[in-house]
Design a protein around this ligand. Structure first.
Ligand code: NDP
Length: 275
């Protein structure tokens, strides 16, 4: 089964479906990521602050999968924003992952209270020039933060990774991204299990009609919206379920009925406030 790829604005491509490891315990990371790689995932989304890069790296090394068949993302945490601190954080992440370079390095949050995201972005431009990351992007950036990067620096982010699920679709940010060639990555694609998305009758009725699960319907909605997704699960059977999205298609009406569920229902932090 071949996962479709999304073309990035720097000429590189990214698998549209991957595996996320937020809240994967460090001691469990190697086992869980190994199972994800066995399932077929070739795109792993981690972050320095998840404290599981070492386990991710061990799973990658043990898998024997050629490096050029894997897409690995990690992120610069808020406390490491700056120039030298960003260089040091990248180096540490690479050491923990056991890699010479990642495919994608993101500024994790804009952290506007620090007002260092433009400086940090220039550091990421340098890290890309040095070959420590292939592509660079941002996460949790809202329109004013993106506008500043576009006005004050030379590189348009390849992606913006934002909280995005049927209850919180961020139409302004995704439209801005589409206009400027910034691909949208949807974090918390299943709403992190924090509201009963997978039990909503609108979703379960669509699932029943296709003989698929509610989670598969929500993930399929993301793919058809053009989002890049990397659902997380500690459980092998759910890894398999979340990877099995390519033998059905939502109709335009089904897609629209899920899009109509928007209610600005954020489950994570507010990007304007997170420090
Ligand atoms: P998700 O929306 O992927 O939801 C994960 C939750 O859903 C877990 O509790 C999991 O439980 C459960 N789940 C997974 N699959 C199924 C299924 N098929 N049926 C029922 N329940 C299921 O949330 P995440 O926050 O993990 O988001 C995905 C990834 O996005 C993260 O892992 C991380 O890589 C990234 N992320 C980025 C952020 C950022 O600020 N940039 C913030 C948050 C996440 P169980 O494990 O028990 O199966």
């Amino acid at each position: 089964m071949t996962v479709p790829t999304v073309q990035l604005n720097d000429g590189n491509t990214i698998p549209q479906l991957g595996f996320g490891v937020f809240l994967v315990e460090p001691v469990e990371a190697e086992r869980i990521v190994s199972e994800a790689l066995e399932t077929g995932y070739r795109h792993i989304d981690t972050a320095a602050i998840y404290r599981n890069e070492e386990g991710v790296g061990r799973a990658i090394a043990a898998s024997g999968i050629p490096r050029d068949e894997l897409f690995v993302t990690t992120k610069l945490y808020n406390s490491d924003q700056g120039t030298q601190s960003a260089y040091d954080a990248m180096q540490l992440s690479l050491e923990k992952l056991g890699l010479e370079r990642v495919n994608l390095y993101l500024i994790h949050w804009p952290s506007p209270a620090q007002d260092r995201y433009v400086e940090s972005w220039r550091a990421l431009e340098q890290l890309r020039k040095r070959g420590q990351t292939v592509s660079i992007g941002v996460s949790n950036f809202m329109v004013p933060h993106l506008e500043r990067l576009l006005a004050e620096t030379d590189t348009v982010p390849a992606v913006n990774q934002i909280e995005l699920h049927p209850y919180h679709q961020q139409p302004e940010v995704t439209a801005f991204g589409a206009e400027h060639g910034i691909a949208t990555e949807a974090w918390g694609p299943l709403g992190q299990g924090k509201y009963p998305l997978l039990e909503l009758p609108e979703i379960t009725a669509i699932a029943d009609a296709h003989g698929k699960s509610a989670a598969q319907v929500v993930l399929r909605w993301h793919l058809q919206q053009g989002h890049i997704v990397f659902p997380k699960s500690n459980r092998r059977e759910r890894m398999v379920e979340n990877f099995d999205l390519f033998d059905f298609e939502l109709s335009a009406d089904e897609q629209a009925s899920i899009t109509a569920m928007e209610r600005a229902g954020r489950v994570g932090g507010d990007p304007f406030e997170v420090k």
